[in-house]
Ligand binder design. Structure first.
Ligand SMILES: [Zn+2]
Length: 274
């Protein structure tokens, strides 16, 4: 993924100084958002260059420039995924069209304004809006979570995806659907911060980490993944790398570990409040 980041950065840099760039890319669902965000302010045409799988496999067998002469395997699901983005600004089938026909089809598409990339971006925004909010579901009790603290306007629960060696990474959220910090008013802010500080003291008391990092990420540009404001409380140990390396797709942390941590934190909160 980091290699792709670097690649897209150089594409942008070249395009921004006026170079027309042709990129031969396979955009899979996993990397789609990265393309949509990285190239957002550029004029981007999407061209589908395809042929039937059998023809592609035959061509792969014929080439000797991959992996020291060993042709790569093309498997059907991945091949279909790579070709699932249409409609493109233009598409060519190289098994049926000559090179000259392909060139003329793609060239004439360049005379129209691009639309496929913009459509993909619009679809992404629409699907984000339609998706139910995971954290509102936690507040409503329709999604399971290990809650450690509840106040009239806030709730705090164990992060289900990322836990350091001391499994006490907690998220503190407003119960109301507030998208990010820009919409947090003074009363809610005070209650959130009080809950946040209490959770941090409880993590310190129950797990005795060397330190605690707290943060919030706001908007996509800051990698906010769930559009419902949340403050992180994250215990640290000297010598443990931070931020943690993420493997995508991330796998949930074992429920038992989260339950035990939540119990320890609830006990610590009770003690702190006495
Ligand atoms: Zn929400």
């Amino acid at each position: 993924m980091n290699v792709l980041h670097g690649y897209l950065r150089s594409l942008r840099a070249m395009a921004q100084v006026g170079h027309p760039i042709i990129s031969e890319s396979v955009i899979l669902p996993l990397t789609r958002d990265l393309y949509l965000d990285s190239l957002a302010d550029l004029e981007v045409y999407l061209f589908g260059v395809r042929c039937p799988l059998a023809v592609a496999q035959e061509r792969e067998r014929a080439r000797r420039d991959r992996q020291q002469g060993v042709p790569i395997e093309l498997d059907v699901p991945e091949f279909d995924l790579a070709h699932s983005h249409g409609p493109y600004d233009a598409e060519v089938d190289t098994s049926m069209m000559s090179v000259a026909q392909c060139v003329s089809t793609l060239t004439s598409a360049l005379e129209r304004p691009p639309s496929a990339f913009l459509r993909l971006r619009a679809e992404r925004v629409a699907s984000d809006d339609a998706r139910p909010c995971l954290f509102c579901e936690v507040v409503a009790g329709t999604r399971a979570a290990h809650v450690v603290l509840e106040t009239p306007a806030t709730t705090a629960f164990m992060d289900q995806l990322r836990q350091p060696p001391d499994p006490a990474h907690v998220l503190v959220i407003p119960k109301a659907h507030v998208e990010n910090i820009y919409a947090v008013g003074p009363a809610l802010g005070a209650e959130l911060f009080e809950a946040h500080a209490l959770v941090a003291r409880a993590v310190k008391r129950a797990f005795a980490p060397d330190g605690i990092t707290t943060w919030s990420s706001n908007e996509r540009g800051a990698n906010q993944e769930i559009p419902h404001f949340h403050l992180h409380v994250y215990p640290r140990r000297v010598g443990i790398p931070y931020p943690p390396l993420l493997a995508k797709p991330e796998t949930p942390v074992a429920d038992d570990a989260l339950r035990l941590s939540a119990e320890r934190l609830r006990r610590a909160i009770d003690e702190l409040r006495d």
